[in-house]
Ligand binder design. Sequence first.
Ligand code: ADA
Length: 556
Amino acid sequence: MPRLFADHKLRRVTDLAGLWDFALVESWEAEPSRYAEKMVVPGCYDALPAHAGYRGPAAYRTWIETDECRHRLVFDGVSHRARVLLDGVELGTHQGAFTRFHDDLPPGKPGKHELVLFVDNSFDAQASPLHHPYFDWYTYGGIIRPVSLHRLPPVWIDQVVIRVLDWRAGRLKLIVSWGREPDGPPDAALRVQVDDTTVAFSMLRLEGTSGTTELEVMVPRPRSWVPELPHLHTVHVYLGEDDLIERVGLRSVRVEGTQLLLNDTPIFLRGVNRHEAHPQFGHSLPAELMLADIQQIKMLNGNFVRGSHYPQDVRFLDLCDEQGLLVWQEATAWQATVEHLTDPRFIAAQLQCIEEMVAQSVNHPSVIIWGILNESASEAPQTRPAYERLLGRLRELDPTRPVTYASHRQLADLHLDLVDIMSFNVYPGWYFGTLDTMRSWLDGLMRGIQERGWDKKPIIFSEFGGGAIFGWHDQFNGKWSEPYQARLLDIALRWMKEQPQVVGTAIWQFCDCRVSPERAMGRPRGFNNKGLVDEYRRPKMAFDVVKGIYGEMTRK
Ligand code: ADA
């Protein structure tokens, strides 16, 4: 899979990025008679001028060369959903835009093959339960993230999960999942190399066509991973003729009382919310722009980003690992209702999203928090089973990271006992009240939290902010002006940093982003304008104000 570092040395991987044939289609049942256009992969067809704003299916076509072995097509993200065909035969379908999936082509089919991908960004609550037209962000369509073709030997590695058991000593647990052709060899050599040293070697007996094996290894010369010095060790696993390279950061994260501890030391998260979006690239940001976003967040003296409201690209996580930026990785959701949260189809789609999100992000040291269900119906007793099920599944898949959800129900929330960190989205001074009443409203919220006995867990203010149109100043300094936004954030942050229970702040939001047409009322230009930078990443006045306060907090 195309990453920003080499992740295989032996396995032959072809990046399928490039120009594919393209056509808009009526439905994704029948292949178009002709592909009149070309489209860049990865990319969003509806962010480009020719099809800007288009909602509906499209077909992509390319050709792949195979030899005798098994081949695996790995898709890092297709939005909203995909149907994959090889030589006219369906290999699989997938819904959910921001998570990786794969389809296999069993051995014995050497030659040139036509690969067709039907992609659909239509809103269809049945087929695509994670996407809805009322969202306050624009859901673009296309093969939005890299696609690659893997040639797999008779025994191959499916995944290696790395758990840091002791970050000081460098003790790791590796959970290696493997697959095997029915007529593949009955055993294979397993070798693990950490940095330049072989730390484990054994012969693995393989029964059946898949399995997992666990082993513990020690990192020679361990160095810890902290935001200021994010050292990464390389873990290279060889199994038979296959291999996989992962990187690991030696760190721990946990909640103790009202504190969040990174490597046993309390940490304060100075952050922003980030949509992976750009007016010209849609969700398909070039890697340069990912790095530019990280640089700007660090220029703000920030150390934290909440990936709102879907799993961020693994290449972005690769960069965060290297740059020491801490991440809240979140499963796709936006204001899910009681109907959604009691609908088995919606829950199944959430579970799938959570499973795929954990699989693709679990080895990233930058990811320190899992989030679900942004601003959903957590005030309704009927939704409790959904919260229990989804948070429970997250804990099962990864017991090593705190879990949370961003609540906008505040004191009416019913499920906060289920999380490790309580996260609140609050908009005083914007949707209600004035700049002058913000502090007293926030004081009231804090009193309510104490009164409910919710003073035993840490709090993150996961959203707060106000809109500003880039460049807009006037003598009233009112809403939508840059000074108003700057003032609002100044008041909010100064209040939040004084609260002992608060361990983090995530400003809404890093950059302006397009919203869906249904939301455009109250959203000048059809954008959510609460960015510290606009959609082209040009800083507003608030940028320097936040930089100053986050700078003071660094020295706290
Ligand atoms: C919510 C939501 C964000 C955004 C924000 C706003 O809190 O979670 O996605 O819509 O409000 O700007 O109002």
